[in-house]
Design a protein around this ligand. Structure first.
Ligand SMILES: [Zn+2]
Length: 93
């Protein structure tokens, strides 16, 4: 993900709680990454985030059983991510 590219927009649109709530804490997760990694996400520091080493060493965000606000927020996050990816492709051309 390219969240660093649109971090200010996430915070400006008050979507940071949604992202924080979907982060995976690593507690013997079975993916071989315990104790996880410490990382700052949207200006807040987290300890022991799961980084799913079996899955290309990426942090995970999981929206479990999302309510309507979470679905809307997720849609907005996807739009921002799509825009960031398209901007990167344009830079390469
Ligand atoms: Zn883990």
């Amino acid at each position: 993900m390219n969240m660093g590219e649109y971090e200010d927009e996430i915070i400006g649109e008050n979507l940071q709680e949604l992202v924080w709530g979907g982060l995976w804490r690593c507690k013997a997760c079975g993916n071989g990454c315990s104790p996880g990694v410490d990382k700052t996400m949207l200006k807040k520091e987290f300890k022991s985030l799961c980084h799913g080493i079996f899955y290309a060493n990426r942090n995970w965000i999981w929206f479990y059983d999302p309510d309507e606000a979470a679905v809307k927020g997720t849609k907005r996050l996807l739009e921002l991510e799509k825009r960031a990816r398209e901007a990167k492709v344009r830079k390469r051309c």
